[in-house]
Design a protein around this ligand. Structure first.
Ligand SMILES: N[C@@H](CCC(=O)N[C@@H](CS)C(=O)NCC(=O)O)C(=O)O
Length: 218
């Protein structure tokens, strides 16, 4: 199997896919796309040919002749193709629906609000300062984590949904990483903080961490 992942060390959506690839024990070639240098390599003609959305990640599976964007679609693709190694969804339909719902709270309702191009637009078009942008990110992270803490109360075990890593954890960990970067106090959300730390203790998560990627800035 020949897999290529185009990503960026600090990109939360790329981070999600790296965790999935590691959990599935899949070898892949990581191709960094620098989102900031030179106006962002995601905007280059070469990258746009691969993904006209100008966003990372993009996964190329040469054997299956498929090029995919959207981290959630990529993760579900990997999960369906390799269902026996670290399944990321529970068995029963109602559990799967809950896992999707909680994952989408992060992937659909939070990450898009704090994505780089949104923050850049706040600064360039509306004159927001670094401090205002930091507050913006904190605001959306705090709202998400407050709601999520309530929702997870009844379902969480060691991980977000019981004692098995699920898609929620793949979304949660990168979002917490981003929130900490922008100064969110995770002590306000002890359950999420506990799950975050339990996940990071797993090799698949540790190896996917931004700081250990080949494109990480020193
Ligand atoms: N829904 C997409 C989001 C992708 C996305 O927002 N990627 C960000 C990094 S996390 C990006 O490439 N940003 C570049 C930019 O904003 O110019 C997914 O899950 O893959």
């Amino acid at each position: 199997m020949s897999l290529k992942l185009y990503g960026y060390w600090r990109s939360s959506a790329s981070y999600r896919v790296r965790i999935a690839l590691n959990l599935k024990q899949l070898e892949y070639t990581y191709i960094p796309v620098h989102l900031v240098n030179g106006g962002g390599e995601q905007n280059s003609d070469d990258y746009q040919r691969l993904n006209p959305s100008k966003l990372v990640p993009t996964l190329v599976d040469d054997d299956a002749d498929i090029t995919l964007n959207q981290s959630m679609a990529i993760i579900e693709y990997l999960d369906e193709k390799f269902p026996d190694i670290s399944p990321l969804m529970p068995k029963h339909a109602q559990d799967r629906a809950r896992v999707r719902s909680l994952s989408q709270d992060i992937a659909c309702d939070t990450q898009p609000l704090v994505n780089l191009r949104v923050l850049q637009q706040l600064k360039s078009e509306y004159g927001a300062s670094e401090e205002q942008v930091r507050k913006w990110v904190q605001h959306w992270a705090n709202r998400t984590f407050a709601a999520l803490s309530k929702k997870l109360e009844t379902r969480a075990g060691k991980f977000s949904y019981g004692y098995q890593v699920t898609l929620i954890d793949l979304c949660l960990v990168p979002q917490v990483y981003s929130a900490i970067r922008f100064g969110v106090d995770m002590q306000e959300f002890p359950l999420i903080d506990k799950i975050y730390k339990n996940c990071l203790a797993l090799e698949a998560f540790a190896q996917a961490a931004p700081e250990v990627q080949i494109d990480a800035a020193p």
